[in-house]
Design a protein around this ligand. Structure first.
Ligand SMILES: [Zn+2]
Length: 283
């Protein structure tokens, strides 16, 4: 198995929204905000080459929204999904599977491109796109609070392409969909977000998506204001981090601007950040 981090560029989000009830005087030390109170975040996807499969986890924000839409997110950096896949030695058509942790626009926007004036097409024409039934229903019949994050042009064309499949959710942990990837399901950020747990060499590497956007979110009360069920996120994070520390998981961080991966340590104040490093250091 080979793993490649896939940078799709960076964006900015309001620091207060990213840290929920934590005051700016605290989070601003580690995540300095600009004059508009915006902090920098990455959209870092993961490419997994395993046997004859080439699996992409999440796709970034894509390029099909309006200039006005993108202007809200101060996007920066030269990396794109396609450039980074090419730099890893692959083409878009080589991708066999696209695993979408959830359908918020910064995770699935790159899965679908514009075609002509009004049409859309899947970016990965040879791939199966994976979601799960419960999240799909949640995203396509959105509540008013999350509606602005579930853009129909990111979602419906996946189904229309005939390339969509659902991973069966069995309790909160599903195995055996792919030979070396299991899934942890969590419901605090959005309903039925799925986190790939990759069995790599003799260790587990977990794609943290929005259960843990950055190392700054490790202490339990640091829960994003965006989360639909913050107390549930807190307890999901508590049990996940406890297990991850005990079993020495490597955490792969989708949104951390400065750190690709981290480990955890146990302290008398709770679980805290261990080491940070780039994915290539464990390859
Ligand atoms: Zn999200």
């Amino acid at each position: 198995m080979n793993l490649y981090p896939i940078s799709t560029g960076n964006f900015k989000l309001d620091g207060g929204a990213m840290f929920g009830v934590v005051p700016k005087s605290i989070w601003n030390r580690t995540n300095p905000a600009d004059a508009n109170n915006m902090c920098s975040w990455s959209m870092r996807c993961l490419l997994i080459e395993d046997g004859d499969r080439l699996m992409l986890v999440d796709t970034g924000i894509g390029d099909k929204q309006s200039e006005k839409f993108f202007s809200y997110y101060d996007m920066f950096g030269d990396d794109t999904l396609e450039k980074s896949i090419n730099a890893a030695g692959f083409k878009l058509d080589d991708i066999t599977d696209v695993i979408l942790t959830h359908l918020h626009f910064d995770h699935c926007g790159g899965a679908i491109a514009r075609q002509g004036e009004k049409g859309f097409r899947p970016v990965f024409k040879n791939a199966t796109y994976w979601s799960n039934e419960r999240h799909w229903k949640w995203a396509t019949e959105p509540n008013k609070r999350e509606k602005a994050s579930f853009l129909s042009e990111n979602i419906l064309p996946i189904q229309e392409s005939g390339q969509l499949k659902f991973i069966d959710r069995i309790d909160d942990f599903t195995a055996n969909v792919f030979p070396n990837i299991d899934f942890q399901f969590v419901d605090g950020h959005t309903d039925s977000q799925m986190l790939p747990i990759i069995n790599y060499k003799d260790q587990k590497l977990v794609f943290m998506a929005d259960l843990l956007p950055s190392v700054g979110h490790i202490p339990l009360p640091y829960v994003m204001g965006y989360d639909t069920r913050p107390l549930l996120t807190l307890s999901e994070k508590e049990s996940f981090l406890d297990k991850a520390e005990r079993e020495n998981y490597t955490l792969f961080l989708e949104h951390d601007y400065n750190n690709e991966c981290c480990t955890l340590i146990r302290t008398d104040r709770g679980i805290r950040l261990g080491e940070t490093f780039d994915l290539k250091e464990i390859l």
